[in-house]
Design a protein around this ligand. Structure first.
Ligand SMILES: NC(=O)c1ccc[n+]([C@@H]2O[C@H](COP(=O)([O-])OP(=O)(O)OC[C@H]3O[C@@H](n4cnc5c(N)ncnc54)[C@H](OP(=O)(O)O)[C@@H]3O)[C@@H](O)[C@H]2O)c1
Length: 333
């Protein structure tokens, strides 16, 4: 087994805990024994619980001695709610530590240096690109910019319509695509829509499993707009918390969500247009169905582009078939 494939196993662990670790980063770790066999795997536990390295070390027990720790993020070197992971790694007797991404948080950084100073062989950067684009994307964005990472998610017909002429949009995409959306919601901190979507679709905006039950982690539901939301609206039910924000300014929405990391924008064309115009969208995820709707309800309203020279340029970073639909992922070019 190569170290790259072990790191991908650590990435899988990180993906599994994504959404449940807020405000900590979703990290994955694998411990190999001295013969290179997997002795333990783990992901970051909910806040206050052990970090990924500690979970994997506990699973490995004595087999960690003389072995290798493979971690998606540089092990932390600070006392937060739990002791530094570096202490646990040193106590375990591992000889090697390989991580993907250096910790950009000055308070937590320095873990690699402390391990090296203690005689552990340390290397960083392994499969870093996949970790940066994958499980740590939103957290790294927050660390670097101070703002939450915003993903605009929408379902569209192949001719770019987000609803039929009567406003109905349930359902444009297949069950398989919708199940994928629920997995992504379960990993998000907040889902944002405008009052228009609440009035037309009356969505619950929860993350649900295939059998309809709620997933363990529910993102905060956020409704943006001046109009009153009826107390009967499903978005106000007890399944999760809901924040109503009386504004039309996307920057004000961002300030209200300043303590969040991973924000999912699921509004209709009006709110999507406002966010795109304001330049606060960091990724687009489009579920494209092989249907035609025609008519006036486009996926996004005016974004201030009057001529091709002013087109917003994005780049595909993922194209995935999901059932009969296609999921397109785009990042700014
Ligand atoms: N296919 C999809 O993925 C998808 C997703 C969501 C919705 N939809 C469809 O979209 C349609 C609803 O579209 P919509 O555009 O009304 O929904 P929306 O964008 O979710 O909500 C629009 C409302 O947001 C508020 N708002 C917030 N910021 C604004 C700004 N900067 N400028 C103007 N208004 C702002 C306004 O509410 P106030 O008037 O209260 O101030 C506005 O009426 C429905 O047919 C729904 O089925 C489709």
């Amino acid at each position: 087994m190569t170290l790259e494939s072990v790191m991908r196993l650590a990435i899988e662990q990180a993906e599994q805990v994504k959404g449940s670790t807020y405000p900590n980063p979703p990290v994955g770790a694998v411990i190999l024994d001295r013969d290179g066999q997997i002795a333990g795997v783990g992901g970051t536990q909910p806040v206050g619980g052990p970090h990924a390295e500690v979970v994997a070390l506990q699973a490995a027990g004595d087999r960690a001695k003389g072995g290798t720790a493979v971690v998606t993020l540089e092990p932390c070197n600070h006392h937060g709610r739990t002791p530094p992971c570096v202490d646990a790694l040193l106590a375990s007797g591992v000889s090697n530590v390989t991580y993907a991404v250096s910790d950009p948080n000055p308070a937590a950084a320095g873990g690699a240096q402390r391990l090296a100073d203690a005689g552990v062989t340390v290397s960083g950067g392994l499969v870093a690109d996949e970790v940066e684009k994958g499980p740590l994307r939103e957290w790294l964005h927050k660390q670097r910019t101070g703002s939450p990472h915003v993903t605009w998610k929408f379902a569209t017909s192949v001719d770019g319509r987000s609803a039929a002429a009567d406003g109905s949009s349930q359902w444009i995409t297949s069950e398989a695509a919708r199940a994928d959306v629920h997995r992504k919601r379960a990993a998000a901190d907040a889902i944002v829509v405008g009052t228009g979507t609440v009035f037309v679709d009356d969505p619950t905006l929860t993350a649900r499993r295939a059998d309809g039950t709620l997933t363990d982690h529910q993102p905060l539901r956020v409704v943006v707009g001046m109009r009153e939301v009826s107390l009967d609206a499903k978005v106000l039910n007890d399944d999760s918390h809901t924040m109503l924000i009386r504004t039309h300014d996307p920057h004000e929405v961002m300030r209200s969500l300043g303590d969040r990391t991973d924000v999912f924008l699921e509004g209709g064309p009006t709110l999507a247009g406002a966010f795109l115009r304001a330049g606060v969208v960091n990724r687009i995820v489009a579920y494209v169905a092989p249907i035609l709707l025609g008519g006036p309800i486009t996926a996004v309203d005016d974004i201030g582009v009057l001529s091709m020279v002013h087109a917003q340029r994005w780049r595909f970073d993922g194209i995935t078939a999901i059932g009969p639909d296609v999921r397109l992922s785009l990042v700014p070019n």
